[in-house]
Design a protein around this ligand. Structure first.
Ligand code: NAI
Ligand code: MG
Length: 337
């Protein structure tokens, strides 16, 4: 029976890459029904609510979401809907596989997975101004929250992921040398959990040194796990190792819900031009198919992406080609046939 999923196309390039993704999913015979819903800027304009009730009701019912990027105004304005959704469904693990697709880049055959804690750390958004000497904004303060519960479940998820996916090693990246309590707790919990997985190699590394090593010698890593903000930053760095944001997929995984989205944002600079690369969202949809045990369909789509990108005729602009989103999508559909 087809699985019903909630689809949020998002804004900016979101609707363009979502259309492309659904076309490919349909052509590949994915057993899915789509419940289309609004969120973010478009929902604010049309329904005066960036996270409408109907969207939440659909997500609560279906428990599986495929989401395009949502623009988040910086500074003032509404809170990130991405963060709201992750919180609402307690999607504690953000899984970001990074694989070489376009050959001839900086590195060949990159195959890494970053697992980012998705609910705690500095991104809890506990912030305030401190007034002094008549200046109400003389200082600002932000709180990093790490709980044993939160650290343990994400580190355990990383080890289980490694075991289930035949991976050899987990690296926990942290800053426990400076942030002795918060990052220290994350590291301590990591050490404890690692003992339960003697079959998986394990190491811990300081986050800044990890960033350098990822650039110098990415092959020394396999699965990486870290706190929320560190994971946000390093996942973009890792996307850069394989040709940029256009290729990077992500799954936000909870115990009873999951949301799949590209790592990139709404790309306002190219929105509406029909040239966005839909691969990030399409590969996110493949992670969703894996999650729904439709992994054979996912593998066929991944193979089609590989074929089309290697052939080189229908590459989008960010891949150094001249194809539109539609032309690239049509090439994918032909490759699936
Ligand atoms: P961005 O990822 O939207 O764009 C960065 C650069 O990469 C731009 O030059 C863009 O044209 C290019 N790019 C991104 N995706 C591409 C694709 N699929 N094909 C071709 N080129 C692509 O990041 P930026 O500009 O920092 O953020 C724009 C907005 O997106 C912000 O409001 C931000 O908050 C939001 N955002 C939303 C995310 C989400 O919904 N999960 C994630 C990241 C950012
Ligand atoms: Mg990010």
């Amino acid at each position: 029976m087809a699985q019903t999923i909630t689809v949020i196309p998002g804004d900016g390039i979101g609707p363009e890459v979502t259309d492309a993704t659904l076309d490919v999913l349909n052509a590949a015979g994915a057993e899915l029904e789509y419940d289309m819903q609004l969120a973010g800027l478009i929902a604010l304009q049309e329904l005066r609510n960036p996270l409408p009730q109907a969207t939440m009701a659909s997500a609560e019912k279906n428990r599986i979401l495929l989401k395009g990027p949502l623009t988040t105004p910086s500074g003032s304005g509404f809170r990130s809907i991405n963060v709201e959704l992750r919180k609402a469904f307690d999607l504690f693990a953000n899984v970001r596989p990074v694989r070489t697709i376009v050959p001839g880049g900086r590195y060949e055959d990159i195959d890494l997975v970053l697992i980012r804690e998705n609910t705690e750390g500095l991104y809890v958004g506990v912030e305030h101004y401190i007034g002094m000497h008549g200046d109400p904004r003389a200082a600002a303060e932000s709180v990093m929250i790490i709980t044993r519960f939160g650290a343990e479940r994400v580190v355990r998820y990383a080890f289980e992921y490694a075991r289930d996916n035949n991976r050899k090693k987990v690296t926990l990246a942290h800053k426990a040398n400076i942030l002795k309590y918060t990052q220290g707790l994350f590291l301590d919990v990591g050490r404890e959990v690692a003992e339960e997985f003697p079959d998986i190699e394990w190491e811990d590394r300081i986050i800044d040194a990890t960033a350098m090593q990822l650039v110098l010698d990415p092959y020394r890593f396999d699965v990486l796990v870290m706190e929320n903000m560190f994971g946000d930053i390093l996942s973009d760095l890792m996307a850069g190792l394989v040709g940029g944001l256009g290729f990077a997929p992500a799954g936000n995984i909870g115990h009873d819900a999951a949301m799949f989205e590209a790592v990139h944002g709404s790309a306002p600079d190219i929105a509406g031009k029909g040239i966005a690369n839909p691969t990030g969202l399409l590969l996110s949809a493949c992670l969703m198919l894996d999650h729904l045990k439709q992994d054979e369909t996912a593998d066929r789509i991944r193979a089609a992406v590989q074929t089309v990108v290697e052939a080189g005729e229908a590459r989008t602009v960010d891949m150094g080609g001249g194809a539109t989103t539609k032309q690239f999508t049509q090439a994918l559909i032909r490759a699936l046939a």
